[in-house]
Design a protein around this ligand. Sequence first.
Ligand SMILES: Nc1nc2c(ncn2[C@@H]2O[C@H](COP(=O)(O)OP(=O)(O)OP(=O)(O)O)[C@@H](O)[C@H]2O)c(=O)[nH]1
Ligand SMILES: [Mg+2]
Ligand SMILES: [Zn+2]
Length: 350
Amino acid sequence: MISNDGRLPPPEDIAGQSDVLAALGWQPLYADQIKADAASGSKPVRIVGAHRGTLHVMGDEVDLIIPGRPDVVVGDWLLLDPAEPDTSRLLERKSLLKRRAPGLERRIQMIAANIDTAFIVSSCNQDFSIARLERYIAMAIEAGVTSVILLTKVDLCDDAGAYVEAAKEIEHLAPVIFLNAHEAAAEATLAEWCAPGQTVAFLGSSGVGKSTLANTLSGNQDIETQAIREDDAKGRHTTTRRHLHLLPSGCAILDTPGMRELQMTDAEDGVAAVFADLQALTEQCRFRDCQHASEPGCAIQAAVKLGSVSQARVDRWQKLDHENRHNTAALTPGKLSNKAARKADKSMRR
Ligand SMILES: Nc1nc2c(ncn2[C@@H]2O[C@H](COP(=O)(O)OP(=O)(O)OP(=O)(O)O)[C@@H](O)[C@H]2O)c(=O)[nH]1
Ligand SMILES: [Mg+2]
Ligand SMILES: [Zn+2]
């Protein structure tokens, strides 16, 4: 455990930590929140799985199934109330990954809480899409989660160079790592992010090798995996639940079901960060409400003509930005205007 200023904390803080909690990803940010409750004997527990309206929670000498509730997600920490577990206190989160729920429902879906690093997994095959990777990165940036791109199946790929070249569009946003998910060497490659006390998540489409990687890091084959379809390289949605697995090394890893779509919502800052260069260029557009299409004096279109920016990238930016605005307005009324107000306020003070 490392305290905020990077020095080791006093010994009594270390003594207050159990090995189990450390392996579950317990960090000072959470410990600080329960100092006042020390006398009550309530124990912190982490939600390691959720299934059919119940939650699987684990802590020091606790391994329980408790009733589910709508305000929590896998990765959350609760201060367990043994008498009434469903009213246990939810500890403040370090991060929350979320998206618009798939389908027609107007709802935000929480994906996972308190993740330190998101491994965004894709493969060196038809699954690879810069546009999709940008979505995941935007979601991770919005949540304050470090993102790392993992491109699996490099061993099955005839022309890895083409993917290396394509990945150049995103490598300024996140490290891009090519690997064979079956190879034990993956553990050393990812060790930097999988340190003891850290929580990492594998996110991506079905069939890209999320569970295979989780098995490789665990050193066993306990998690089910399944071959992809040969014709279109699509996975078979083998993993159906999010589950946090504890590694012997002391890192907690979250395996997740493949996502068919990742719709942005409440991710204005994340989208802006992924396209920060374009966002900055808009300051030079002649009109404040420029749509960057055919307006005179548009700095974006000028850059496209010069060849310094690709139209494809501008299209991806506009698509993500519009989608985020649309979903945010639909799912979190008032949020956009609040943010816009804050921005305006900031620029007034500048
Ligand atoms: N050769 C090779 N096969 C891989 C690699 N990564 C994954 N696979 C294979 O791809 C298939 C799908 O892998 P899974 O780990 O089940 O994929 P997943 O991302 O967990 O898929 P869902 O659970 O459906 O979301 C399995 O047959 C794996 O053995 C890799 O790097 N190289
Ligand atoms: Mg899986
Ligand atoms: Zn413009």
